[in-house]
Structures are given as structure tokens and as C-alpha cells.
Write a protein that binds this ligand. Structure first.
Ligand SMILES: NC(=O)c1ccc[n+]([C@@H]2O[C@H](COP(=O)([O-])OP(=O)(O)OC[C@H]3O[C@@H](n4cnc5c(N)ncnc54)[C@H](O)[C@@H]3O)[C@@H](O)[C@H]2O)c1
Length: 448
């Protein structure tokens, strides 16, 4: 058995139901796909990891918990993370290097897991697939629309498997929401909202650089990639998300999760038609050039989608799908559906503008035609599901490793990843241009 232990969230839900609604709560507790597979029996998949920082260290630790999955080499430009990779794998002789090309040339390695900063995604993915390696690359897939196009093309040309790491698409909670939406339970969806806020320095990316970081133990020149070179700067190394030269801001860091999850739940696989953002640097005036408040209204076809990110006020990650038959709210720990009939439940209050006799006649007729018969009164019920929280990382990695073995499709390929990333680039472009932008499919460019 895998040593993965499932966390269980029991308890009665305080679903977002009106007081008059009864609430029924179900526990989402499907066993993970790999639970039946014993580590010994499983065919092995050997991966190399590129980038063992904040996210890469987690990916590495979780990947090796999966049955049959083995890390055989690690690459990072900072030597401290070679030590870290050896600590995580409990293998003091794990081969480590600063040059990812060595992993790509290594025939012992079946596939790559990459968690490098955004400005390195394209090069690592293009080099990996051209070297014949399948790759799991962190989100947002691209640092620019042009990068995304090059990555889609490289994946298509080489036929290698590319999975992008926006793991909401592998969440059990999002899967249940997708099923509820697909069954038409909430009727015609007419607005989607999503939000996420944080209110602390770490949430605003003010990470403390590693204490020993120096040009001796970090290849600072390579780290900067194609960005105009500047002198060694530990703050930039740790807090690269704050600057558009390396990161993609709140959009690429957090909005991409909301967008990719929504795309999955609604079955969308296209970029938004249009985006318009507001925002600013309102709280963290630390030299960053990316906004710390960023709200964007998108059109997906005719569907308005309103997403809000804030690093100045904490708000739990939430979606609200508003439909003609009610609201589906999706959070980190569950989802709840609150039905609405979409019909009047009383005579229209417009009748306060009628003279007395007319009002009485209208109300009498209304009650005769609309009041439910005794015993047939509707008993609206709010339904809520609690589940393992977004433990979407293990399943997301598992899908990738299974695909490497079986050549089956992944949940989030390069095309899906590109479309999700385009929403983020459009949100950023609209913020910087201070006007609405749209995606010109023919020109492969963001226009305003
Ligand atoms: N899916 C998620 O929930 C999630 C969460 C956090 C971060 N991420 C993504 O993971 C990626 C990494 O983020 P992070 O917070 O771990 O960054 P980080 O700065 O903590 O780690 C990145 C590591 O990559 C190394 N690196 C950079 N360029 C390299 C190169 N050319 N070759 C080898 N190593 C290189 C750096 O030295 C560093 O150790 C980002 O794209 C980020 O958006 C995803």
C-alpha cells in the first residue's frame, strides 16, 4: 500500500443555505486511484526534478510517496537545494547538478518534473520534449503568449506528454462540482465569480532569501535567463513573483488556479474572448511592479466571469456559479448547492402601486393560481459535500506518471495549460494597458 494517508473532513456543514432551507451533507471520500497498487508490484517510473525550491520540494516529497515512482536525479542552480533534494529522498548519493541538460541526456530518466520560476518554463519544456522526455511543468504554463505558443507547438511536434501543474483540475471537489453542473442542477449559468485574498507578508511573496545564498553557491547568471542581467540580488531570487520580468504576478500565481479549475468544471478549453482589469499596488510598496490587488472581468463566449485577487485582505478561495436554478459555491473544503425556484413566491410587490380594489383582486387571483395545495408545499433543500481538501497534488502527479507509462492523455495538457495561461496574460495586459483586451486567434496576440 502506498503510505499516502487520507485526511478526512467530517462534520456538519454550515452550508451557505438560507435559514429556511434544510441542509443535507455528504462526505466525498473516494479512495485515491493508486491506493490498490503496492509499491513493489508497480512498474517503476524514474523521474528527474528541475527546480527544488518552495514548490519543487513539495512535488518531490509527494511524488516519491506514490507507488513505483522514483526520483533518480535533481537539478537546481542553488546548491542548497541539492542538499534539500537529498534530504527529501533520504538518499545522500542522489545525483545532483546545476545543469538540467544533464537530466535530459540521462537515459535512466523516464520523465521530468519541473518547478522553476515562470521565466524559465518555456525553455525547460521545449528542451525536455525535444530531448524525448515527458514533462510535468508548473503553472502558469507560460510567461507570455508567445512562450505558450512555442510550448504547444513543441509538444505537438514531438508527441511527448506535457502536464501543467494547476492541480485544481485533479481535485475531487471540482470533479463533484463538474458533475453537478453537467447534470444541469443549477440551470443556465449566467455569472461565475471567484476570489482569493491573503493578508500577510508571506502571502504577499515577501519570502526570506536562504541565509547562505551567494554567487558561489548559486548560478545567478543562468537563473536570470534571458532577462537583462543585474547584480546578484537574493531578494529577486526569493521574491521573483513581484516582478513581471520573471513572474506573472497575482494572475499567474493565483488566478491561474481559479481559471483552470473553472475551465475544468465548466468544460471550457479556450481562452477568454475579452478581459478587463482593475487593480494597483495598494499595500506592498516594496519596489514590486506587479499589482497586489487585481480584479478582472472576463467574457468566456457570452458568459461573464469575475475573478478577484487581493494581497491586502484575506478571503478564502471560493467560486460561486450563479445559475437560473440556484447557486453552487465551491471552496477548498467542500461545495454546496442552494436551489432557487426562479419563480415568484408571492404576489408581485409592484401591486403596492395599484388602487385597493385592483390590488385585492390581483392578489386573490394570484393566490388561487399559484398557492401550492396542502401537502404539496415545496421543501427546498440545500445540499453540501465535504471532502478531502484540495489534495489535488497527489492525483495530479499520479495522472502524469500513469500517462508516462500508458501514453494515456493527461488532465491538463499543453493546449489546456496555454488557454488557462492566456487568461492570466490578458488580465495582466489589461491592467498595464488600462483598457479592455481581447485575444486575436488569427494573429496569436493580445489586442486592445
Ligand atoms: N501548483 C502550485 O500550487 C504552485 C505553488 C507554488 C509555486 N508554483 C509554481 O512553481 C514554480 C516554482 O515556484 P517556487 O515558488 O518553487 O520558486 P522557487 O524560487 O522557490 O524555486 C525555483 C527553483 O528553481 C531553480 N531554478 C531556476 N532556474 C533554473 C534553471 N534554469 N535550472 C535549474 N534550476 C533552476 C531556482 O534555483 C530555485 O531553487 C513557479 O512556476 C510557480 O508558479 C506552483
Amino acid at each position: 500500500m502506498s503510505n499516502y494517508s487520507r485526511r478526512k473532513f467530517l462534520g456538519i456543514s454550515a452550508a451557505a443555505a438560507g435559514a429556511s432551507l434544510a441542509t443535507k451533507t455528504f462526505l466525498l471520500d473516494a479512495p485515491p486511484a493508486w491506493a490498490e497498487q503496492s509499491a513493489g508490484a508497480a512498474e517503476r517510473v524514474r523521474f528527474g526534478i528541475i527546480g527544488v525550491g518552495m514548490q519543487g520540494s513539495g512535488l518531490l516529497a509527494q511524488a516519491i510517496e506514490l507507488p513505483g515512482i522514483e526520483c533518480v536525479a535533481a537539478c537546481d542552480l542553488y546548491d542548497g537545494r541539492h542538499t534539500l533534494a537529498r534530504e527529501i529522498t533520504a538518499n545522500s548519493s542522489l545525483p545532483v547538478t546545476r545543469r538540467y541538460q544533464e537530466l535530459l541526456a540521462n537515459k535512466e530518466i523516464d520523465c521530468i518534473v519541473a518547478a522553476v520560476p515562470d521565466h524559465w518554463h518555456k525553455q525547460v519544456v521545449v528542451d525536455a520534449v525535444n530531448a524525448g522526455k515527458d514533462i510535468y511543468c508548473e503553472k502558469p504554463m507560460s510567461h507570455s503568449p508567445a512562450d505558450g505558443i512555442a510550448m504547444v507547438e513543441a509538444a505537438r511536434k514531438t508527441g511527448r506528454i506535457v502536464q501543467i501543474g494547476s492541480q485544481r483540475v485533479s481535485s475531487l471537489i471540482c470533479k463533484k462540482a463538474k458533475e453537478i453542473i453537467g447534470e444541469g442542477t443549477i440551470g443556465d449559468i449566467n455569472l461565475v465569480e471567484g476570489w482569493l485574498g491573503r493578508n500577510d507578508p508571506t502571502g504577499a511573496w515577501q519570502y526570506p532569501p536562504p541565509a547562505d545564498l551567494s554567487p558561489e553557491n548559486l548560478d545567478w547568471d543562468t537563473w536570470q535567463g534571458t532577462v537583462t542581467k543585474k547584480p546578484f540580488d537574493p531578494r529577486t531570487f526569493a521574491r521573483w513573483r513581484c516582478w513581471k520580468e520573471y513572474g506573472t504576478g497575482l494572475a499567474g500565481d493565483l488566478l491561474v488556479h481559479l481559471v483552470s479549475g473553472m475551465m475544468f468544471m465548466l468544460g471550457i478549453n479556450e481562452p477568454p474572448r475579452e478581459a478587463q482589469s482593475v487593480g494597483g499596488i495598494l499595500r506592498w510598496k516594496d519596489g514590486r511592479n506587479m499589482p497586489d490587488v487585481h480584479a478582472t472581468v472576463f467574457y468566456y463566449g457570452e458568459l461573464p466571469v469575475y475573478m478577484r485577487l487581493n494581497q491586502g485582505c484575506e478571503m478564502a478561495e471560493t467560486y460561486r456559479f450563479q445559475g437560473s436554478k440556484g447557486i453552487l459555491e465551491v471552496t477548498e473544503f467542500g461545495l454546496s448547492y442552494t436551489p432557487q425556484s426562479g419563480k415568484d413566491t408571492a404576489p408581485s410587490y409592484y401591486d403596492s402601486g395599484y388602487p385597493h380594489a385592483m390590488r385585492m383582486a390581483y392578489e386573490k387571483k394570484w393566490h388561487q393560481e399559484n398557492d401550492p395545495k396542502m401537502g404539496q408545499e415545496p421543501m427546498p433543500e440545500s445540499i453540501s459535500f465535504r471532502g478531502p481538501d484540495y489534495d489535488d497534488m497527489h492525483p495530479h502527479l499520479w495522472t502524469f506518471f500513469q500517462a508516462v507509462k500508458s501514453r494515456s492523455p493527461v488532465t491538463e495538457d499543453a493546449v489546456f495549460g496555454h488557454h488557462a495561461a492566456l487568461a492570466c496574460h490578458m488580465a495582466n495586459e489589461s491592467y498595464f494597458r488600462k483598457r479592455a483586451v481581447w485575444w486575436d486567434e488569427a494573429a496569436n496576440a493580445i489586442k486592445s
